[in-house]
Every structure is written in C-alpha cells, then in structure tokens.
Design a protein around this ligand. Structure first.
Ligand SMILES: Cc1ncc(COP(=O)(O)O)c(C=O)c1O
Length: 445
C-alpha cells in the first residue's frame, strides 16, 4: 500500500483552509497530509504508512475504516438523510439513547445529543444552571472549573477551562461567576508514578475554600475531567474524585464529569466514572461515541435532573436548548454500529487488559535525556520533556515531528508527548510506538 493515494496539493492550494489549533504557516510550508486510514494505520498522501498512536484525536477507539460503521451510515443516508428532533423525532435517536442508557453509570439514563465535545460541555453547563432554577434555586449561578482543564472551545467551555492560551484572547467574553480549583499535576511528589498518584487527594478540599468564599447557595456546578488529555495528561490522585463528590453532595452542587476523552473504553470501562466508582450528576461525551466517523456528542444526565424539568403545563418546551443536528440520523447510525463493534470485540474493557503492558512500555522511557515525568492510565500515556530554556514547546514539537517522519503519530501539548492509541492495538504496535519515541527522544537535543 505504497502507491500515491491522492495528488498532493501544491503549497498554494493550502491557503484557503484556516486550520484549527495549528501553526498554519509552519504547516503549509511542510504539510503533513493524511489520505487513507485502516485499522491501526494512516497513509499519507504520498503513500507512507503511519502507525496511529492517538486514535486520530482520541476518538477512533475501534480503529480506522470499520466497515460496519461505514455501511450503517451509508444505509441511513440513503433511507433518510436528515430529520429534525425539535418537536419531531426519528426512531434510531430513541434507540441510541436507550442503548447508551444501558452502559451508562448508575442512574444516568437521560441523554441529550450534541455534535461535539464543546457543545456537550456548554449543554451540561446550561442544564446545570437551568436545573437549579427549575427547582427554585435560581441564585445558584456560579460554575467551578479547574486549572489546566480543557472543556472545548465554546464560551462556557473556555470560561471553566484552565488553559491560558485558550482563554487569554477572549478574556473580555468569559462568562461571569466562574472560579477554578487547583490542578493536580505535581512532579515534585508524583513524578513517574505508575497509574494514579497517591499524593494529592487533599487538593479536592480546595472546593471547600471556594464554598467558604462564595457560599454554596451561589454555586451551581463543578466540572472536571476525570483524566485530562489536552493539558498533557493530568491524572486524579487516588481518592480525589470521591472527595469532590462528597463535598458536592454536602453542598447541593452538581458534579459534572467531562468524559470526552475518557468515555467509551479509554481506561478499561465504558466510562471513567465506572472505572473510578464515582458517579457524577452530568457527564459530557463525544469522540469515541461514533468512533470518530461522524460528529456527535452526548450529555448523560441523572434522571432526577431530567425530572426536575418535567413540570408545568405539558405543552411547554422544558429546555430551550438544542442543535439542528442533535441526534442527526447518520450520526445515530454511526453510534449504534460503533456500540455493536465495541460490544462484539470487548473493546470497552480491552484497555484494562492491555494496561500493564502499556504501562511497562511507556515507563521504559524513564532515564532518557530530558524526560522529567511519565504518566499512564488505561490506554493513555504521556512523556513529559524538560522545556528548552526560553522556548517552551519547541522540544515537544520536534519530537512529535520526528516521530511522524518515522511513521508514528503521537500528540504534542507543550513539551508533553501524549499517546492514546486505538483500543485494538497489539503488543508489537505498542513496542513500535515506544521504540520510535525513545529513539527520537535520544537524538533530540
Ligand atoms: C475533555 C474534553 N472536553 C471537550 C473537548 C472538546 O471536544 P470537541 O473538540 O469535540 O469540541 C475535548 C477535546 O479534546 C476534551 O478533551
């Protein structure tokens, strides 16, 4: 499979696409064009094979080019291309919600469909505010996020998020009443921990400080990623999420888990809340829901939240929120086929089986030049490199580029290299990812 797949565009053909989260000029001078994908691999436009170490962008959990999913989408599009879900419905939207309810954490069986992680986050934040209001607690308006948090790019998501580059340009438009917990990344205490760090559960107690500052009667919800990916893989210290749950319960504050990357098997159970045995009130998902084949997100809600809206005259719309493409038929078809693949191949739990091998492999990079931490959980891994003086991110970017040149795709955030391969990965491919990364790190000054 080395033949040239598509004519590579000339550099001036690249001008019109304003690329997201990309150094446009640098990319367009030296493009990395992907043209085909199957299983664990991409092929570039000029026919080079690339082992996918990040499941596309943390979304292709069952591997690329799954026929079952493509066929389901094709069939759906030729049967009914589009149908609205405002005051109308179509059967597979309900079928999908019922299927998701079956694998959901306890009680989270009311599901609102979106088109992305960002939309899921903004939806969950709005539901949280509207829920309190529906219960006559309309003064609960504050939202608490966390430093280093990534919750997509909507105004709600960047306001509760904690990544400075995503926030600083839009400072004037941040939603009011937001505060942040401290992040849990601490190299001094936890560097090279295998799995969850043992130090740091007490950082959850900071929520009590924020409650003392603002008063619980003003706080609607706390949103955190059980494991964050975008900030370079930040793990929750053991006991941390449980502690957040306890404090939220005590103070009538909703707990939202943003499971956009941890959902659908990434850490060995369908959701991180099941793996960590902590059930939130709302849970945001996207990515693995359709195996990346169609855009779709879903917000899972505790039934008590849905029920709080189901009051007043029956003819009134209970939640003034939704998207033209909420529960798009082709996305529903993709999601149903994806769930079938996950279930048939045991993929929602495969990360738990592979996790010991994965952990040993990524931690074998300890001791290489400039490596200052290695983190892992389920099928997530991160290698943090020391930043070059005055040039944060430069070393990480060089490592990412060289890995790509050698046929392995990893993800770079600053000087952290993150890995999250499709859950179908085999031992030999784990070895290839880690060997390539190790070789590149060794020769990167
Ligand atoms: C935790 C989390 N929330 C939200 C998002 C945003 O998802 P999307 O890019 O689909 O809007 C991401 C994307 O990486 C994410 O990791």
């Amino acid at each position: 499979m080395n033949a040239q797949l598509t004519p590579a565009p000339s550099n001036s053909d690249l001008d019109s696409f304003w690329m997201p989260f990309t150094a446009n000029r640098q990319f367009k001078a030296n493009p990395r064009l992907l043209a085909r994908a199957e299983g664990m691999y991409y092929w570039t436009a000029d026919g080079r094979e690339i082992l996918d170490g990040v499941a596309g962008l943390w979304c292709v959990n069952a591997g690329h080019g799954r026929r079952e999913i493509t066929d389901a989408v094709t069939k759906q599009l030729s049967t009914m291309d589009y149908a609205p879900t405002f005051q109308m419905g179509h059967p597979i939207a309900f079928e999908l919600a019922n299927r998701l309810a079956k694998i959901a954490p306890p009680g989270m069986d009311r599901i609102f469909f979106t088109n992305s992680g960002s939309e899921s986050v903004d939806t969950a934040l709005k539901i949280a505010l509207a829920y309190h209001r529906a219960r006559g607690q309309g003064q609960k308006i504050r939202l608490i996020g966390r430093e280093k948090g990534y919750h997509g790019v909507g105004f709600g998501g960047i306001s509760v998020g904690g990544m400075v580059n995503n926030r600083k340009m839009y400072a004037a438009a941040m939603i009011p009443g937001v505060d942040h917990l401290p992040h849990t990344l601490d190299l001094e205490h936890n560097a090279y921990t295998r799995g969850l760090p043992q130090w740091g559960a007490h950082l959850a107690n900071d929520l009590e400080r924020l409650i003392a500052l603002h008063d619980a009667s003003t706080i609607a919800a706390v949103i955190v990623e059980p494991i964050s990916g975008s900030a370079g893989v930040v793990l929750p210290p053991a006991g941390y999420l449980k502690r957040l749950r306890e404090i939220c319960d005590k103070n009538d504050i909703l707990l939202i888990f943003d499971e956009v990357i941890t959902g659908f098997g990434r850490i060995g159970k369908a959701f991180a809340s099941l793996a960590f045995d902590v059930t939130p009130d709302l849970m945001t998902t996207a990515k693995g829901l359709t195996n990346g084949a169609m855009p779709m997100g879903a917000v899972f809600s505790q039934r008590k939240i849905y029920d709080a809206f189901m009051q007043g005259p029956e003819g009134t719309i209970e939640l003034f929120h939704g998207y033209t493409y909420s529960a798009h038929p082709a996305s529903c078809a993709a999601a149903l086929a994806t769930l079938d693949v996950y279930s048939k191949e045991g993929l929602l739990t495969r990360a738990a089986t592979l996790s010991p091998q994965w952990e040993n492999a990524v931690h074998s990079l300890r001791g290489l030049p400039h490596v200052i931490d290695i983190r892992n959980y389920g099928l997530i891994g991160a290698v943090e490199l020391e930043p070059r003086t005055g040039k944060p991110g430069a070393r990480g970017f060089e490592v990412f580029l060289k890995c790509f040149e050698r046929g392995v795709m990893v993800r770079q955030t600053g000087d952290t290299i993150a890995m999250s391969p499709p859950l179908i990965i085999e031992q030999k491919q784990i070895e290839r990812i880690v060997e390539t990364l190790g070789a590149v790190i060794r020769e990167t000054a």
